[in-house]
Structure formats: structure tokens, C-alpha cells
Write a protein that binds this ligand. Sequence first.
Ligand code: GLY
Ligand code: MN
Ligand code: MN
Length: 469
Amino acid sequence: MNQPTELTIAVDVYRQRRERVLTALREAGGGVAIVPTAPEVLRNRDADYPYRHDSYFYYLTGFTEPEALLVLDASAASGEPRSILFCRAKNVERETWEGFRFGPEGAREAFGFDAAFTFDEIDAHLPHLIADKPALHYAFGASAELDGQVRGWVEAVRAQGRSGVTAPGAIHDLLPVLDEMRLIKDAHELAIMRRAGQISAKAHRRAMAACRPGVREYELEAELLYTFRKHGAQGPAYGSIVAAGANACVLHYPAGNAIARDGDLILIDAACELDGYASDITRTFPASGRFTPAQRELYDIVLAAQQAAIDATRAGVDFEAPHQAAVRVLAQGLLDTGIIDRQRFASVDDVIAERAYARFYMHRTGHWLGMDVHDCGDYRERSAPRDEQGAIPWRTLKPSMTLTIEPGLYVRAADDVPERYWNIGIRIEDDAIVTATGCELMTRDVPVKVDEIEALMQAARASAGAACE
Ligand code: GLY
Ligand code: MN
Ligand code: MN
């Protein structure tokens, strides 16, 4: 990943997060945590895929270079380093080809670690760091390479057993500790996420304004990517979906080369990653700049479902509440339009009980959002007793959790569905911060109401026309 846009690295933010982890591990009996960053991945011959750091590692360090590993020693004796970075050595020749590297000393100073060593010193240091410590904490099972390395370090300690050194007696999964921290965003994170949402909203506005019948999906994708980079985001947070006409009914359709035709709706689900944080926006709009009556009917149902979900999002309710609110509105709309047969389903409760809506709304209404677009964090209360149906209860929303609110309807051509709705796919997605009394939407700098979308598109056409005259 390119360097973050943060002008100065928020050293204290990352240091405080490391301190929180150290405190949590101390309270759990101590031990050593190991957090590697992501590996570089070869694309072909000597060309790599664009590098993206590991989110957990970045959360605790702010450090974006590959070949790095963080050690947090919650059992360090007083005066010994607790926060230790391994990273690439300075290398004049490699830096000539690939650019600046901090090197251990530079990284220690710039990012506030207690100590730093080169990456190729890991195998020499780790057995000493974990010797005589009660436990190891890492994401076991997440990387075969790390599992193998840890085994090697533990074996190296055991090999010295006759000199009185003991190997850690337990291995704990570190991720639940980090997931809980990442689930509640701090002020630094929320500020970046708001900015990411604003840039992504700009990109959607630009794509709407550029849309005309005859344009291809990839041309609209180009408008999005241009805007992300133009405003400093490092790139898209996930593969951009730009789907014209019936393609919108394919949930993970990647931007292709289909032509947006007069009468088509265009569904764009695309957003940027800024300084390690994802945004996630979907808008659906007509290629012609005017919704047809059938498109408008379904659009307004999805918009009402989204509003119901937004109204149901606040601290103290469970994660499922917005979904249930959206499903009820969508199910009612499917009955009202006759897309679901009113002869077969007497009431909206029947539609919900039999999940008849799922043929037209097959995904959930939201997910955690953060460093990863589908961010980490439990959706259910792990430690709560099971309810009467034997299910683990849904998680209760808390202030500063961030999630998406993204209902949709996808109506494929089918004999039992009124033809006027065939091949209409609509999703509307915004990003929300949970507050005590409701939620703050971070992505509303792009129109969402039919009239506002049409007005933006008409204004764009009028000004393009004027420019040509
Ligand atoms: N863009 C992926 C999602 O909306 O979940
Ligand atoms: Mn989403
Ligand atoms: Mn999305």
C-alpha cells in the first residue's frame, strides 16, 4: 500500500493500542503476543500484486512496509522492551529500486517502539523472547507459515531445556482481544472513516454525472477510480461492482464491458480505502437520468427499507434489529407490487415466516465496517446463554461501532413475477456510526432520493450540453 495520507504518523494512537493489548494480556496471566504483517504476493515472474499490510498489524503499529512483525511482551521484566518491531533493514541498493525503508532504528524512533531489529534476526531473537514466558498469543491457524515459525521457536526453547529454560505452556488465540478492540472505533479511526466516506460519495456523484445511455460499465468504474486517487485514497476497498441492467441482479458482478442502455438501471457498489480504512457505498440510478415508474416503485420500497433500518440502528438494540426492520418493509413491498403472490401469502408475517422474500432479498442488511470492508468482530454475544430456540443472541450495538445499512431487491425475469419488474436490481448502501440515540451516516454526500438523483443527472447533462455549445 502507498504511504498513508496522514501527515504525521499518529504515534500515540498506535502506542496506546499496544498498551491496551499489553494490559489485557497481563490481566490474562501474561505472555508474548506475535503479530506479523501480510506477505507480499507474487503476481507473475518478478511482479507482485499491489502490497496491502495486515489490518491487525497496522492497527497496532501504523507501519505499512512488508516483511515486518510485532512482538508484545506482557511478561517483560521491568526495563526490558515490551513493544518490539522486526522490519526490513536499510538497504541502499534496494531503496534505489523500491524506495525508502525506515529500517529498524528509523522505525523505532518514528513509531515509538521500545526496540527494533531486522527481519532476518527474528529466528535469533524469538526463542529468547518467548523463553520462560507463560504463554504465546497469536492468530494460530491463520497462516501455515507463522504456525511453522512458532513451532520452530518453541522447539528451539525446548532444546535448551537442560539449561533450565522453559517453553510457553499455553497458546491463546490473540484475535478475540484485537477483534473486540477493533469493533469499537476510536476518534482517530472515525475521522479517517468519515473522510473515506466523503471521497467515496464524491466518486459516486461523478459516476452518476458521467452516466449516459451508451456508456460502458468500465467507463463508469474509471470515474470512480479516478476520484479515489484524485482525493488521496490509496485505491478501492474491494472489487468495484458496476452493473448495468440485468447484471445488477448478480450480487458480486464485477465492472465489465456491458453497455448501459436507455431504460437500464445501473447499480454501483464501490468505495475507497483511505489510510487503511474501508468505506462501502451502493447507489442505483437510471442510465437515462429518469427512473421508469416500475423502477421508481421498487426503488422507493428499498429506500423505505433502508430508512426503517437506519431508524432501528442505535446503541442498546441488537445487531439483527435493522435487518428485521428492513425485511418487514421489503416483504410488504413485495406483496403490494404482486411480486410475491398475494393469493399464496395472506400477510407480511407469512412472507417473513416462510422467508418468501429471500428469493428477491438474499443477503443481510449490514456488516461491520472498518479496516476491512467486512470487518472483524463477533456478530453474536459469545459469552451469553443461548435463547429459548437454542441460538446465541445477537450482539448488542454500542456507540462507535460502525456498520453498513444496505437493503436491496433483485428481481430476475420469471413467469410468476409481473413483467414490468423483470431484471431490476436495486441496492442502497450507506455507512453508519452507532450513537447513543441513533446513528450518524458517513456517506450521504451523494444523493439517495429519486428526485435528488434525477436532479443531479439532469444538471450534469445540462452543464455538459452548455459546455459543448
Ligand atoms: N461491497 C460489499 C458489500 O457491500 O458488502
Ligand atoms: Mn457492504
Ligand atoms: Mn457494498
